[in-house]
Design a protein around this ligand. Structure first.
Ligand code: NDP
Length: 494
């Protein structure tokens, strides 16, 4: 049973231990190096976290390495049972987990609740997948030679380092942890230092579910801790979600030992509104795509392309909707957008807006953050119209509540504009025309295309992108396979 008790149930300040290794917490040798954790809606310090030392990172990886043999040999059905138990415990602790998301990130209640639902769905999906023998049982391969038989099978990659960012802490962790455990990998998790309390609660739940000690380990800290973890020679696989810049560093480190990598990086995704679209529906997709999670999403609808026949109508309705976005703390009535994660992130986003405007971008309209009081990291939504193709707001990932709109005349033009980016994560098309739907589906360069829907995410549907958006896929069967090595045997028959 776990000894992780980092969070006070009375809501008072807490200290997160530096690491959770082989079922026990490890504290820092020198607590003076603890860093503060803030409430994004108030700016207040709500707790402290100790960073893991090099020795603690090494201990965490070795614990995962030691636990690997037994966990890999555990039948998939038994692993699946534990995953379903984790899902049940998350569900049972829904209120506390959502409250923690709201307290740390300032997410509105419905967003915090959605994150819990996503984690439950992900653990349930991989738990069920473990029960399907097809996902694990060896497969016979038909060979054109009767004297031999061929077999294909999958084996856990080994120790996986899971590095997650702050924007959807529990969700990105579930997307990695559930398939890694399903595959038979043991893990060392490094949360973002901005949101680590959420992962500490999750580690506690995993332990309570009965996952053996050493299978899931956690190390606290920032980029340095992540870098040391990825460089550890006993790590076999790295799954990273975050910026493209750090993704490059992770890949370079992985190259030294040929560690397997999955990289879920940034995006600059397009939403295309054709003239035949239901404009109210298109506006609602634009608002949720651009401003959910305060725009801090790899899949954010950053580039909205509207056919010129309906451009004015769209912009008028979009302005009304953006002005109605209710920015505030989770406790504010009918709040629909929370703060940015940190003072630094808000400064970064505001600096990008200033840079874009200085280069000629026009702000068409902004929302307001009048009801967002206090020292939280709030920012009103911003909509930019017709930026130049080389404007930073059109080209770079902003990761905040900023959307650009451009008009287009033909489908050719819309597809060319949408694809004129080195990213390729997701795209959305709003049109009733079946032929146009087929064409956009075929020609948009993105890992996932939504047609007339919000950004629906299911654990059955893989997530990941092309180009600078990363390498590999999470979720779905491919998500499981990303934690497995594909192996074969060819044996003499009889
Ligand atoms: P980072 O890419 O810096 O961080 C992601 C994770 O990697 C965090 O846990 C971070 O630790 C860790 N990390 C940092 N440096 C290293 C390293 N050298 N080796 C291994 N791990 C490392 O993202 P940020 O949080 O700094 O956000 C910056 C920008 O990245 C955002 O503005 C946004 O553009 C993009 N981003 C994209 C995300 C996505 O989902 N695609 C998610 C988050 C950010 P720690 O944060 O604790 O220092």
């Amino acid at each position: 049973m776990t000894t992780v008790t980092p969070l006070r149930r009375d809501g008072g300040p807490f200290v997160l231990p530096a690491a959770f290794v082989a079922g026990a917490t490890m504290h820092a040798d020198d607590a003076r190096h603890a860093t503060a954790i803030h409430n994004a809606s108030t700016g207040e310090t709500i707790g402290w976290q100790e960073p893991a030392s090099a020795a603690q990172i090494d201990a965490a990886v070795r614990a995962a390495h030691d636990a690997l043999g037994a966990w890999r040999a555990t039948p998939p059905a038994a692993r699946g049972k534990l995953l379903r138990k984790i899902a049940e415990l998350i569900e049972a602790d829904r209120a506390r987990l959502a409250a923690m998301q709201m307290q740390v990130s300032g997410k509105p209640p419905f967003e915090a609740d959605l994150d819990v639902s996503d984690a439950v769905a992900t653990f349930t999906y991989y738990g069920d997948l473990c029960a399907e023998t097809g996902a694990f049982a060896p497969e016979t391969i038909a060979l054109p030679d009767e004297t031999v038989t061929g077999e294909r099978y999958y084996e856990a990659v080994g120790v996986a380092a899971l590095i997650v960012p702050w924007n959807f802490p529990m969700v990105t962790t579930a997307w990695k942890l559930a398939p890694a455990l399903a595959a038979g990998c043991t893990v060392v998790l490094k949360p973002s230092e901005l949101t680590s309390p959420v992962e500490h609660l999750l580690a506690q739940i995993v332990s309570e579910a009965g996952v053996p000690d050493g299978v899931v380990n956690l190390v606290n800290g920032g980029g340095e801790v992540g870098a040391q973890l990825t460089a550890h020679p006993l790590v076999d696989k790295i799954s990273f979600t975050g910026s493209t810049a750090v993704g490059r560093k992770v890949m370079q480190t992985a190259a030294l030992d040929m560690k397997r990598v999955t990289l879920e990086l940034g995006g600059k995704s397009a939403l295309i509104v054709r003239a035949d679209a239901d404009i109210d529906h298109a506006v609602s997709l634009a608002v949720s795509g651009a401003f959910a999670n305060a725009g801090q999403m790899c899949s954010a609808t950053a580039r909205i392309l509207v056919q010129d026949d309906v451009y004015r109508k769209f912009m008028a309705a979009f302005e009304t909707a953006v002005r109605a976005v209710n920015v505030g703390a989770p406790g504010v009535e009918q709040v629909s957008m929370g703060p940015l994660i940190s003072q630094a992130q808000r400064a970064r986003v505001q600096a990008l807006v200033e840079q874009g405007v200085a280069a000629g971008a026009q702000i068409a309209f902004s929302g307001n953050a009048d009801r967002a009081r206090g020292a939280g990291f709030f920012m009103a939504p911003v909509v930019v119209a017709e930026p130049d193709a080389d404007n930073v707001l059109w080209t770079d990932e902003v990761f905040g509540p900023v959307a650009c709109v451009k008009s287009f005349r033909t489908d050719d033009e819309a597809i060319a504009l949408a694809n004129a980016t080195r990213y390729g994560l997701v795209a959305t098309v709003v049109t009733q025309d079946a032929g146009a739907q087929r064409r956009y589906k075929a020609e948009l360069r993105a890992g996932l295309v939504w047609i007339n829907t919000p950004q629906l995410i299911f654990p059955q549907v893989c997530w990941g992108g092309m180009g600078l958006s990363g390498i590999g896929r999470e979720l779905g069967l491919a998500g499981l396979r990303s934690y497995q090595e594909l192996r074969h045997t060819v044996a003499a028959a009889g």
